[in-house]
Structures are given as structure tokens and as C-alpha cells.
Unconditional design. Structure first.
Length: 396
């Protein structure tokens, strides 16, 4: 049977990482895969995570299966992190959560759930969006279309185009929104713009699906939830796919959560029952370790304070690399303005580099960037920034 199979093309981002691993150049630079790295180029384990793991190692008494929806405390703490502990969604029991294998797993559960119950609905993704977004929803059987978002001429948000496109979408469609630190361009709406987005989504009777993978990486853990909470002020229903890969450094543990909000408690109970059915026919129930780590940290005042401090350190390092990159590019390529990169949020930015320039950087300088020109700012360090900027200047 397998003789008829053909070789699948490599993933645009993970395939780039494989090529990087094979490169023998000792000065190679990887700005492709979306993983945080410290000044030494290592993806660190947070101190608070190590402490929580030691506690779990001593106190854990069983490796029995979790329930279909995962650790209850994990879901509750995740909802509080999103909306705040006293939010109306929580006090009225209108929000429910299922633990998922990573943010991608949460998105796929959402896709399967939506396709099962609303098969005629289309998912609208921003242009650009994370390359895996359309693939996840199409694999779930959903139709995917796009709305205007980024403006290459200004390297900023095309807000007028965004609103005009959203005003045209059919009722009962799904609008995928990036909660903060937009991947791949790093451009986020302001709070006032979020209010206008919420108004249009409500007018169109659409369902927002918020991908919230970088909470804490823009301005702060609470501050980064501002857009989501603006949506929550206006809308009765929503889905939120969260990830703890970045802000807890738990990449390999695959720690995510899908939160759904209904119009009332009984509606939320029905939604949860259907989400559990979706999970049962997929991976049955989630893994425990990563979610137990997150729960332990969020529930302990001392560990939580330490976590927020470590998130702030990661956020500040990324911001300092943006600033340093802009300064070095001004030095090596004074005719090109890269200042827009300093104004964007999170790990990613569109560099403005063309596919040909990206190819040349890879082939001549062993610098690996996604073909779209997206760079992972967290891959920049004070020791590689000079070589990086000189190489980019040579390709301009």
C-alpha cells in the first residue's frame, strides 16, 4: 500500500531548522523557528519551573489518566490568567476549558469542534498569519479565507483594510485574531482599535477565535490580555487557544488550553460536553506533567512572582535586541530605515527582506530566516548581531 506514497515537502519553518542543524558553519545564525533563546543562544528552563518540578517529583502519587478535559485547577487558573479572577465570565460560570497538547492542539480541537457543529462556517485568518493556521483548519475540514492586516509600505497595521474586510464577512463565520505579539509581523492593534474590531465582529454576528500564544511577551502578563478583555466586554461567545510554550519555556511539554465562552452557564456546560467528545475521539485525554507545572506555579504566590519576573526578563531581552538590531542596521545600512522593528511586539518581525535576499543570506552567510522575511528577534544576541547586520547590509 505504501508504495504509492510520494515524499511530502518539508515544513517551511521546521524544515529550515533541519537545514540549520546540518550546516557546518560555526558562525551560523538561526532566526527561523519561533523559540526563545537567551544571550548565550540557549532555550533555558525557567527557575520557577525547576522548583515546581522538584515539588511534583516529591508529591506526585500516581500516573493515572487525567480526565478528558485535563486538570481542573489548570483550567480554572488559565481562565483567570486570560480574563482576571473576578471577570463576569468566571463568576457566572460562562467559561470552560479543556487542556490540550500545546497551542496547536488547542487550535485543532477548536477546528474539529467547529467543523462538526458549524460545517458551513469559514475561518478568516489575517494576511499574513502563522503559516500553520490555514493548514490546521483545512485539515479539520474547514474553509479558510483571509482578511487584510499588515501593510508592507508602512510596516504597520492596515487598520482601515482590516475593518473593511471584516465588515464583509458572512454571519456565523469565525474570525481568527492574534491576542498579542502577532505572528509573524509583530504588529498589534491598540486598545481603541480592539474596541472597533469587537464592534464589527458583533455586528457581523461572527465568532472570534483568539490565538493567545505569547501572553507576557509584549508589555506584561495582564497588559497583554487587554485586547482579549475588550472583546469580552462586547461579545457573548468566543474561543481562546492558549499556549504556555513561550511564557513558561515548556516547549517540549506541549502545554496548551482551549477556553470557550457561552452566553450562560448552561450553554457553557453544553459546549464543554461537545469539546470533550471531540477530544475523546482524537487523543482521548491530555498529558499531565506540563500542565501540573503551570498549575503549581500559578497557584503559589512565591512561584508566580518569580515566574512573572522571569517572563519580564525574557520580554526585556527581546526588546533590547530589537533596539540593538535597529542601531546596528543604521550603522551598516544607513540608507535603509529599520526603526519599525523597534516598535513591534514579541519574538517576531517582518524584516522587509525579499525571498531572494533570504536565500542569499542562507547560502552565502549561513543565516536562516523564513522565506517571507520573518525573523525571530529572540535569536539575535550581542555576539552575533554585528555579523547578522553586516550580512543583511551586503544583501540589500
Amino acid at each position: 500500500m505504501f508504495e504509492v506514497l510520494e515524499l511530502a515537502p518539508p515544513d517551511a519553518i521546521l524544515g529550515l531548522n533541519e537545514a540549520f542543524q546540518k550546516d557546518s558553519n560555526p558562525d551560523k545564525i538561526n532566526l527561523g523557528v519561533g523559540v526563545y533563546k537567551d544571550e548565550s543562544g540557549i532555550t533555558p528552563i525557567l527557575n520557577c519551573v525547576k522548583k515546581a518540578e522538584r515539588i511534583l517529583l516529591e508529591e506526585q502519587k500516581s500516573k493515572a489518566y487525567l480526565g478528558i478535559d485535563g486538570i481542573k485547577e489548570y483550567g480554572r487558573l488559565s481562565r483567570e490568567l486570560l480574563f482576571g479572577p473576578d471577570h463576569k465570565f468566571l463568576t457566572a460560570d460562562r467559561a470552560v476549558s479543556i487542556q490540550a497538547p500545546g497551542g496547536t492542539g488547542a487550535l485543532r480541537v477548536a477546528g474539529d469542534f467547529l467543523h462538526t457543529h458549524f460545517p458551513a462556517s469559514t475561518v478568516w485568518c489575517s494576511t499574513p498569519t502563522w503559516a500553520n493556521h490555514p493548514k490546521v483548519f483545512e485539515a479539520a475540514g474547514l474553509n479558510v479565507k483571509s482578511y487584510t492586516y499588515f501593510c508592507p509600505d508602512t510596516n504597520g497595521l492596515n487598520f482601515e483594510g482590516l475593518l473593511n474586510d471584516l465588515k464583509q464577512i458572512p454571519e456565523r463565520d469565525i474570525v481568527l485574531l492574534h491576542g498579542c505579539c502577532h505572528n509573524p509581523c509583530g504588529v498589534d492593534p491598540t486598545v481603541e482599535q480592539w474596541k472597533e474590531i469587537a464592534d464589527v465582529v458583533k455586528q457581523r454576528n461572527a465568532l472570534p477565535l483568539v490565538d493567545f500564544a505569547y501572553q507576557g511577551f509584549a508589555e506584561g502578563v495582564d497588559a497583554d490580555a487587554a485586547g482579549l478583555r475588550v472583546l469580552a466586554e462586547s461579545l457573548d461567545e468566543m474561543l481562546v487557544a492558549s499556549s504556555y510554550s513561550k511564557n513558561f519555556g515548556l516547549y517540549c511539554e506541549r502545554v496548551g488550553v482551549l477556553t470557550a465562552v457561552g452566553k450562560d452557564a448552561s450553554s457553557a456546560e453544553v459546549i464543554l460536553s461537545q469539546l470533550k467528545t471531540t477530544v475523546r475521539t482524537n487523543y482521548s485525554n491530555p498529558p499531565s506533567h506540563g500542565a501540573a507545572v503551570v498549575s503549581s506555579i500559578l497557584a503559589d504566590a512565591s512561584l508566580r512572582t518569580e515566574w512573572e519576573s522571569e517572563v519580564a526578563a525574557m520580554r526585556d531581552r527581546i526588546a533590547s535586541m530589537r533596539k540593538l538590531f535597529v542601531a546596528k542596521m543604521a550603522e551598516h545600512a544607513p540608507d535603509r530605515d529599520f526603526s519599525f522593528i523597534q516598535n513591534q511586539n514579541g519574538m517576531f518581525s517582518f524584516s522587509g527582506l525579499t525571498p531572494d535576499q533570504v536565500k542569499r543570506l542562507k547560502e552565502e552567510f549561513s543565516i536562516y530566516i523564513v522565506g517571507s522575511g520573518r525573523i525571530n528577534v529572540a535569536g539575535i544576541t550581542s555576539s552575533n548581531v554585528d555579523r547578522l547586520c553586516k550580512s543583511i547590509a551586503a544583501c540589500l
